[in-house]
Design a binder for this molecule. Structure first.
Ligand code: SF4
Length: 329
């Protein structure tokens, strides 16, 4: 017995068997909390391709095994390995706070939604915090907005994205680590499968919104094989993505606590190498990163893909009907 309890002596037959049964798995319970926020835009580190980030939630139900954003729950003194996936905090008052903050910053320097949570995780269906932010962006002009997600739920907001695109630059970065459905399920147990994400890429492209695919993070000896990356880039191109890029896995201490046991269970032959390379550092050193950079660049060239979304000239922002953007797209 799992908990050492003994079945009630009066039970017989199926009731007795049921009482004696061991738990194979107990169902996950995800709890949602309202989190008061004073600010929703965060300035990023120098060198990032965008100056501001916006995360409508804290925590992420998708539970990717390599996720670096688990540190955000560390700050709240929660268990980053479990609570990050099971305790989701939806930020309150996003709309008015964002409107106020956008008045104070230069949004043309780049704002990325979804750097530490997936803005289209299941919570978004109910709490609409990402949508609340997009509604504010639809009032603006001159912003350079990008959205990173693994979810096809982003297609729900295509009409809003088209509205934003009339006076701003907006692009969607779809993360697809692998086309292998079984591997994706292992790595990203609760995220939509790769085919759903590709369908979303197609719908976004058909709506005229720039969309790219990122096989991030590229995991050594798990997702880094040239043929895997090649197939993914081709599928991305075929569905209308115009850019493709990828970076090598980095493992912060909070991610190692989840990723090492995952490797031990699913890729035991790789554990020693992962430990050697990542035990004392988050980023890989040595030539591997350059090899991957060249590999991705060669595949990009092969399929005529760019490394990022098209850039609009700032002088062209004053274009209320979005004609220039339509011409560029
Ligand atoms: S979707 Fe992104 S934020 Fe969510 S668990 Fe996966 S890597 Fe982390």
């Amino acid at each position: 017995m799992l908990f050492g309890d003994s079945p009630s002596p009066g039970l017989v037959g199926i009731a007795k068997l049921a009482a004696q049964s061991e738990i194979l798995e107990s169902k996950r319970v995800v709890r949602y909390f309202e989190m008061e926020s004073r600010s929703v835009l965060n300035r990023t580190r120098p060198g990032m391709p965008f100056e501001w980030s916006l995360n409508p939630y804290r925590g992420c139900e998708f539970g990717c095994r390599y996720c670096y954003a688990r540190y955000t729950h560390e700050f709240m003194e929660l268990r980053e390995s479990v609570d990050f996936e099971d305790k989701i905090y939806a930020k309150s008052g996003i709309g008015p706070i964002l409107r106020r903050e956008l008045n104070r910053i230069d949004g043309s320097k780049g704002i990325s939604i979804g750097t530490a949570t997936d803005p289209y995780q299941p919570a978004e269906r109910r709490f609409n915090r990402t949508r609340a932010a997009l509604e504010i962006f639809a009032e603006q002009s001159g912003m350079a907005l990008s959205i990173a997600t693994k979810s096809d739920l982003v297609t729900r907001d295509i009409p809003l994205l088209k509205e934003i695109a009339k006076r701003n630059s907006v692009s969607v970065n779809m993360t697809i680590t692998t086309l292998d459905t079984s591997l994706a399920r292992l790595l990203e147990p609760r995220a939509p499968g790769p085919e759903l994400r590709l369908k979303a890429v197609q719908a976004i492209a058909e709506a005229g919104i720039p969309v790219g695919v990122f096989p991030n993070p590229i995991m050594p000896l798990i997702t880094d094989q040239p043929e895997r990356l090649d197939r993914l880039a081709k599928a991305a191109r075929d569905r209308g993505a115009t850019y493709f890029g990828g970076g090598v896995l980095f493992l912060m201490p909070c991610s190692r606590k989840v990723f090492f046991p995952f490797v031990e269970q699913n890729f035991p032959h790789l554990l020693r190498r992962y430990r050697e390379k990542y035990e004392s550092q988050a980023y890989l050193k040595g030539p591997y990163r350059e090899i991957i950079r060249e590999r991705v660049a060669a595949i990009r060239d092969k399929y005529g893909l760019n490394s990022g979304p098209p850039r609009r000239e700032l002088a062209a922002w004053d274009d209320p009907q979005g004609l220039l953007f339509q011409a560029a797209g």
